[in-house]
Design a protein around this ligand. Structure first.
Ligand code: NDP
Length: 574
């Protein structure tokens, strides 16, 4: 594909007008309140489809060295790095039925990671595993998570199908009491929270959603008992069904081509089109990635991190859609290395952004035969407004006679759900099955959801303390008044599109903190002065992206059109 020229000033002005118009079509007065949690009468959308009713067990009252909340990559890596430090009793707890986190829950057809597997899968050097694809299928990733857990013997003491319901510091014993929904109340000298950022499935609050009498589920709890087949396809149960899909984000883009292959008819209810860039997945060999060299995976991961963080680099080992558009990620990543001359940078940024988006729109025209359908699939916003996606099968799916694209932008999404289907623009679409690819409540998992009360010294609740004095941490990990509690995640910490890399660096640090505290016979707890100093580091040079995101089309990056909170939320210095 030829890359279109950089736009002229007139073209840029026209683009700005178009972007504003398209945004106005989509902003809703209810903003983030438009969504429903998968709870109470909608709780079945979040039930675990992979295990039956968990077997009964006696509640635990024992003491471990470290309780790790979350068995996704964050928790697994924390466990592995603790083992490396010689910590013996590590108990990982998760509401899922096994290790894997995101990759435990999300098993929808077509699931892959669109960050290169050789940089995304952690501990490749340590496990000797070399991924088989440039972009791994979800099952390969899930199995790798289990592989790491097995290698570091995390399974024997792990608690699955168990939700931590409270963490309470007990001053006398200098331990945390970990309470769960299975009646446990065991003690842990240290607690590491690795509860993820996108774990709670969310549903659109469409009037009548509870009335639908057909089959319905969320993509993160795929119902293969109904659809047949598996993540590689073969959804024979849908052969004569009319299937509706709501959501065309990174998940929808992967799922829709698979449904198109097998379902009787697929109705795609789109509100905002994604940018869908070239994917070019392929099988890879150890030779392709130089896996015979000591430390190859670490070197590759660091090279990728440098590029997507705007750092100088000599070579681009991954060479894909992320690295080729790395400059356009500046507005997404607080830790992006920022150039000095802002004015010149912003002008060049906007021109490069327009050229990239023109390229994506040209791709739609080339690949979608029907011009009216192609028009609806074109994204009209700046590249960093929505998470970029990558697929070579998504646009061609709309050339099939069993796929209908329904534009719901003017009605702010589907207007109404009825017993038999959905209504958009006054037209009723009869459906046998309605699938929600509508994503997750962002940043409200675990500790930050308010559903996991954390009580530190004197019974102080962490979220209450933060509500009073602002979020206060040292390096994002620890907080005064909450001894031996180590948090993993992106709050006041570093960020990258390759989040497993961040998690692994955090796991190394968390384990080192535990080892140092054990060796010194001290508690892990920062002083208030240390927190102040860290917040000053975050504030100095914190990027001001508020205006950029306030002008973006609505989505979870900008709280559905309300802008991005400013202030020192993450480490901004590369
Ligand atoms: P998203 O939140 O990104 O997308 C939700 C989709 O649902 C959007 O298209 C949204 O439209 C649509 N939607 C919401 N409400 C309505 C409504 N009322 N009517 C019609 N449409 C509606 O969720 P995803 O699950 O796609 O992705 C979540 C995140 O998970 C990604 O951003 C990414 O970080 C991660 N992910 C990563 C993958 C990878 O390969 N690494 C693969 C899949 C996901 P609108 O845009 O208009 O709001």
């Amino acid at each position: 594909m030829t890359t279109p020229q950089a736009p002229t000033p007139d073209e840029l002005a026209a683009l700005r007008r178009r972007y504003r118009r398209e945004r106005e079509r989509r902003v809703r007065p209810d903003g983030p309140r438009q969504f429903l949690g998968a709870e109470a009468e909608f709780g079945f959308y979040a039930a675990d489809p992979y295990v039956g009713e968990p077997a009964g067990r006696e509640p635990l009252r024992d003491t471990v060295d470290v309780a790790v909340v979350g068995a996704g990559f964050g928790g697994i890596l924390a466990g592995a790095r603790l083992r490396r430090q010689g910590v013996r009793r590590v108990r990982v707890i998760d509401k899922g039925g096994d290790f894997g986190g995101t990759w435990y829950w999300n098993r929808y057809p077509g699931i892959h990671c669109d960050v290169e597997s050789h940089v995304y899968l952690p501990m490749l050097d340590e496990t000797g595993y070399v991924p088989e694809w440039k972009y791994s299928p979800g099952e390969e990733i899930r199995q790798h998570a289990v592989r790491i857990a097995q290698k570091f013997d995390l399974g024997a003491d792990a608690l699955f199908s168990t939700t931590v319901t409270a963490l309470t510091w007990e001053e006398d014993s200098r331990t945390w009491i970990v309470a769960t929904d299975r009646g446990d109340a065991f003690r842990a000298t240290y607690v590491i929270t690795a509860t993820g950022t996108m774990t709670e499935p969310k549903l659109p609050g469409i009037p009548g959603i509870q009335d639908f009498e057909g089959h319905t589920f969320h993509t993160s709890r795929w119902d293969y008992a109904y659809t047949g087949g598996g993540p590689d396809g073969g959804l024979t149960g849908l052969a004569d069904r009319r299937v509706g899909v709501v959501g065309t984000g990174a998940t929808g883009v992967q799922v829709i081509p698979m449904l198109a292959e097998d379902a009787g008819h697929v109705f795609v209810f789109q509100r905002t089109p994604s940018t869908v860039d070239v994917r070019a997945n392929r099988r890879t060999t150890a030779g392709d990635v130089g896996a015979d060299r000591e430390g190859w995976a670490r070197a590759r991961r660091e090279n990728f991190l440098r590029i997507v963080s705007g750092e100088d680099h000599d070579e681009d080992l991954v060479a894909d859609g992320w690295t080729s558009s790395a400059g356009l990620l500046e507005k997404l990543l607080p830790s992006f290395r920022r150039p000095g001359d802002r004015e010149a940078f912003e002008a060049a940024y906007e021109a490069a952004d327009a050229a990239k988006m023109n390229e994506v729109r040209a791709r739609v025209e080339q690949e979608v035969a029907d011009p009216a359908t192609a028009e609806v699939l074109k994204p009209w916003y700046r590249y960093a407004c929505k998470r970029p996606t990558f697929s070579d099968t998504y646009y061609p799916a709309f050339n099939r006679s069993n796929v209908t694209l329904v534009d719901t932008a003017d009605t702010h999404g589907i207007e109404r759900v009825t017993e038999h289907g959905v209504v958009v623009g006054g037209t009723a679409y009869a459906l046998d099955c309605l699938i929600f690819a509508t994503g997750f409540s962002v940043g409200v998992s675990g500790v930050h959801s308010g559903r996991l009360p954390v009580r530190g010294r004197g019974g102080t609740l962490l979220l209450e303390a933060w509500a009073r004095h602002g979020v206060r941490t040292l390096h994002g990990f620890t907080s005064n008044g909450f001894p031996n509690l180590i948090q993993m995640g992106s709050l006041q910490n570093a960020s990258s599109v390759n989040f497993t890399h961040i998690l692994d660096e955090q796991a190394v640090h968390a384990a080192a903190l535990v080892a140092a505290a054990e060796a010194g016979g001290v508690l892990v707890e920062p002083s208030r002065e240390a927190e102040d100093a860290w917040i000053a580091v975050l504030a100095e040079g914190a990027p001001d992206h508020e205006r950029f995101h306030a002008e973006c089309t609505p989505g979870y990056y900008n709280r559905e059109g309300r802008g991005r909170p400013g202030g020192p939320t993450a480490y901004p210095h590369g």
